[in-house]
Design a protein around this ligand. Structure first.
Ligand code: NAP
Length: 482
C-alpha cells in the first residue's frame, strides 16, 4: 500500500481539500494505493511553482540540466525492478513488459540528457554590411503534461525529459488509474537533484477541472497530451483561447498487411507481438490484420496457435503474458466488439470470451486472446479502437487493395507490413498515411525515433532529435553594429 500527496515546489503535500482517492490492482481488485485528489487551487499552486522556477531552470547551462537528467536515468535503471512491480500492480501488464517499459521510459531520459547539449542556434547572412542575424532557440516556458494509464512511465518521460532538457518546467497530470508509478518517478527526479518547482505532480480524479485550470492559465505555454482522440480535440479547442503550443499523441487503428510472399510463421509472431502486447491496450497495437487471400487460412491458424498458447492472468505470476483489462468498461467494449463481429458473420478461430473473476473491488476483467476470420468492413473491430486482445483478420487480392484498406481510417499512427519483396516494401511504406511504419517489425518504438501520428492520431512528434523541438521557441535577433 503506497500513499502519496501532490508534489509541488519540491514538497509533498496533501490536496488543499484533504481529499484522496484509491488506486486498485486490476488483476485482483485490491486497493494498492491512495493519492491526493487535487482541485483547482492545487493546480494553481503548481502553476505558480513552475512559473517561479522557470527562469532559474532555463538559465542553467545545458550541461547542468543534462547531468541531472543523466542522474535520473541512472536512478531509474537502479530502481527498475521496484518501478516495474509498482506498474504491474496498478496497471496489470505482465512484469516482463513492465520492466521493458521502465527501460524504454529511462531511455528517453538518457537520450534527452544528451540532446540537451545539442540545442544549437544559427547565424543568417544579413542584408546590410553592418548587421548580423542570430537565431536562438529558447524553452517555451511552463509545460502541462497529461498522460494515459496504458504506459504509466514512458508517456511521462517521453514528454518531460525533452521539456526539461530544453529548459522548461513541468506539471504532470497522470491518469487516475496509474498515479503510483508517476509518484515514484517524481521521487526519483527529486533524488536526482531537480530544483524545487521544476517538476510538479498533480494527481486527481477530476481530469477536466485540472486540465481546464491549466489551459485557462496564460502562464502555461504548452500542453502536451497523450490519450484519446476525443479528449485531445477538446484540449485543442480550449488551448486556442490562450494560443498555447500543443502536442497530441492520440488514438490509432493500426493495420498489419501480410503479403503472399511473407514467411507465415514470422509474420504471425510479429502480429502477435504487436497485437497482444499490454493485452491489446496500446495506441500502436495492430487493430486490423489484412492478409493476402492465398495465405489467409494458414496465417490465421499460425496466429491462433500463438494466441491460444498465451497464459492469461495476474502479471506478477510467472509465465503470464496477457494481463487484465484496465476496468469493466474496457472489458465491455472488447466483448461488444467481438459480439458485433460474430453477429455480422465473423468466425472465432480462437478465444472470444471474457474471463471475469471476483475481486475485492467487485469483478476483475480478463479477455482471452482472440483471432477472428471472415471479417467485414461494417464490423466495429474494423473502424473503432478495440483496446483489447482481439485480432480481426481480413483478406485482400492485390497491393492496391491492401493499401486502400489500410488507409481507410481517420487515424494514422502506426502501420505494419510483412513481405520479403524489397521494392514492394518501399512502395507500400511510402503509400501508407501513417507516422510510423514497421516493415517486418511489429515493435518499432525506440527513444531515438520520432513517434507520432498523421490525421486524427495527433500533432507533433515525441522522441528522437525531433522531440525536443516541440519545447523550443525560435527567436531571431537582428544586431546592428554601431
Ligand atoms: P483518455 O480518457 O483520453 O485519458 C488520457 C488522460 O486524459 C488521462 O490523464 C485522463 O485523466 C485525462 N482526461 C480524461 N478526460 C479528460 C478531459 N475531459 N479533459 C482533460 N483531461 C482528461 O485516454 P485513456 O483511455 O486513458 O487512454 C487510451 C487512449 O490513449 C487510446 O485512445 C490510445 O490510443 C491513446 N494513446 C495514444 C498514444 C500515442 O502515443 N498516440 C499512447 C498511448 C495511448 P483520468 O485518468 O483522470 O480520466
Amino acid at each position: 500500500m503506497r500513499r502519496y500527496g501532490l508534489y509541488v515546489d519540491g514538497q509533498w503535500t496533501p490536496a488543499g481539500s484533504g481529499k484522496t482517492f484509491e488506486v486498485y490492482n486490476p488483476a485482483t481488485g485490491d486497493v494498492v494505493g491512495e493519492v491526493a485528489d487535487a482541485s483547482k487551487e492545487d493546480v494553481l499552486r503548481a502553476v505558480d511553482a513552475a512559473h517561479r522556477a522557470f527562469p532559474g531552470w532555463a538559465a542553467k547551462t545545458a550541461k547542468e540540466r543534462s547531468e541531472i537528467l543523466r542522474r535520473a536515468y541512472d536512478l531509474m535503471v537502479a530502481n527498475l525492478d521496484e518501478l516495474a512491480v509498482i506498474m504491474t500492480t496498478e496497471q496489470g501488464k505482465p512484469l516482463a513488459e513492465a520492466k521493458g517499459e521502465i527501460q524504454y521510459a529511462a531511455d528517453f531520459v538518457l537520450w534527452y540528457s544528451e540532446e540537451a547539449k545539442r540545442v544549437y542556434g544559427e547565424t543568417i547572412p544579413a542584408s546590410f554590411p553592418h548587421k548580423r542575424i542570430l537565431v536562438l532557440r529558447q524553452p517555451v516556458g511552463v509545460v502541462a503534461a497529461i498522460t494515459p494509464w496504458n504506459f504509466p512511465a514512458a508517456m511521462i518521460t517521453r514528454k518531460i525529459a525533452p521539456a526539461l532538457a530544453a529548459g522548461c518546467t513541468v506539471i504532470v497530470k497522470p491518469a487516475k488509474q496509474t498515479p503510483l508509478t508517476a509518484c515514484r518517478l517524481v521521487e526519483i527526479f527529486e533524488e536526482a537533484g531537480m530544483p524545487p518547482g521544476v517538476v510538479n505532480l498533480i494527481t486527481g480524479s477530476r481530469a477536466a477541472e485540472i486540465a481546464d485550470t491549466m489551459l485557462a492559465d496564460e502562464r502555461v505555454r504548452k500542453i502536451t497530451f497523450t490519450g484519446s482522440t476525443e479528449v485531445g480535440k477538446q484540449l485543442m479547442r480550449k488551448a486556442a483561447d490562450t494560443v498555447k503550443h500543443i502536442s497530441l499523441e492520440l488514438g490509432g487503428h493500426a493495420p498489419f498487411l501480410v503479403f503472399e510472399d511473407a514467411d507465415i510463421d514470422a509474420a504471425a509472431r510479429e502480429v502477435a507481438a504487436s497485437k497482444f502486447r499490454n493485452a491489446g491496450q496500446t495506441c500502436v497495437c495492430t487493430n486490423r490484420v489484412y492478409v493476402h487471400e492465398s495465405i489467409a487460412e494458414p496465417f490465421a491458424e499460425a496466429l491462433a496457435k500463438r494466441a491460444a498458447s498465451m497464459k492469461v492472468g495476474n502479471g506478477l505470476e510467472e509465465g503470464v503474458v496477457i494481463g487484465p483489462l484496465i476496468d469493466r468498461q474496457a472489458a465491455e467494449k472488447v466483448e461488444e466488439h467481438v459480439r458485433d463481429a460474430v453477429q455480422k458473420g465473423a468466425r472465432v478461430v480462437t478465444g472470444g470470451h471474457r474471463l471475469s473473476r471476483a475481486g475485492t473491488k467487485g469483478e476483475v476483467h480478463f479477455f482471452e486472446p482472440t483471432v477472428l476470420l471472415d471479417v467485414s468492413d461494417d464490423m466495429l473491430v474494423l473502424y473503432e479502437e478495440t483496446f483489447g486482445p482481439v485480432a480481426p483478420v481480413q483478406t485482400f487480392r492485390d497491393d492496391e487493395e491492401a493499401v486502400r484498406k489500410a488507409n481507410d481510417t481517420r487515424y494514422g499512427l502506426a502501420a505494419y507490413l510483412f513481405t520479403r519483396d524489397l521494392s514492394r516494401a518501399v512502395r507500400v511504406a511510402e503509400s501508407l498515411e501513417y507516422g510510423i511504419v514497421g516493415i517486418n517489425d511489429g515493435l518499432p518504438s525506440v527513444a531515438q525515433a520520432p513517434f507520432g501520428g498523421f490525421k486524427e492520431s495527433g500533432l507533433g512528434r515525441e522522441g528522437g532529435r525531433h522531440g525536443i523541438e516541440e519545447f523550443l521557441e525560435i527567436k531571431y535577433v537582428s544586431l546592428a553594429l554601431v
